[in-house]
Ligand binder design. Sequence first.
Ligand code: OSB
Ligand code: MG
Length: 361
Amino acid sequence: MRLSYHKLKIPLISPFTTSFGTDVNKDVYVFTLEHNGITAYSESVTDENPFYGSEDNYTVIHIVQKYLAQIVKDLPEPQEFNKKTMFIKGNNMAKASMEMLLYDYHAKVKEKPLAEYMGKSRGYANVGISLGMDDINVTLKKIQDALNRGYKRIKVKIMKGKETQILGAVRDQFPDITLSADANSDYTEKDFQLIKKIDRYDLIYLEQPLYHDDIIYHSRLAKEISTPLCLDESITSPEKAQKAFEMEACSVINIKEGRLGGIGNSIKVMDIVKNFKGHVWIGGMLETGIGRSFNVSMASLSDIDYPGDTSPNDKYFTHDIVKNPFTMENGTIKPNMGYGIGVEISEEYLKKYTVEEGFIV
Ligand code: OSB
Ligand code: MG
């Protein structure tokens, strides 16, 4: 058993701006597990800064090296890995990067495509697009292009004070599209009057307007606005999802396996959402083809009812590190049918974008 990493820096086709900053590169750890002729992969959804959540690339590699690698070494089933790592508080993105590596490994051992290994797949994922903030004319053009390509939902990033300008311009030009907005926790409980203005844009939901770890104020806000609320950052465990629905803080959840500590917890959240008759979709963190393959498989599960942020690889990178990128047809993407995540790594581009590599255990 050998566990190793590549740290990559891959230029993004266009900068991605959210309320917390602008990314021009994808800085990512890719993990590789090799055993008995099987090679499994995963990536961490963290980047260089803890601005989306509290983890970053440096905390992930630290937690992996100091604690998780020893547990991964025994090749436990993912559920077993989750139990064995419960003593480590938080650090969900680090845990997810190893749990998902084990998912890929065990799906490959059992010679099953990941979607089949995880649950009931409908065979394809419905796809939406997440657009970072840009000059408004650039955004309008990107929306038109996305609609031409068949995307089923458009999500725009907003921030405090710019919501009316962005959403007003989008709705003027596209009165009928399925539209959502993501504030990435830019507002506070003092901004409810401002947030209420968003009701007039007829969004399918407003994503994470308030604090990254909040449920209580979102619950209060949900009672004052008519737009459904979707939580992303705040839902870091199945227990948080349960609490959010019990408090009616949201009716929609954006699942990211990384934020939830892996696929096992993500499936538990899907069950909770179903129980409360909420809606659920699979988010994205600008993943390479490796993380994207996990996301597309998840998004193809039949309990996922809204389109996800699971664009084809060419939205992000000129050259991905996989040789079999996803293609979108009529706003849908089919999960890979090879064993596990089913990606073929391009050694050429993996090497080209590697800034550091090493052996862990
Ligand atoms: O809030 O969903 C988010 C990217 C980085 C950090 C947070 C978010 C996002 C996205 C991108 O919205 C979705 C994608 O991968 O296309
Ligand atoms: Mg979000």
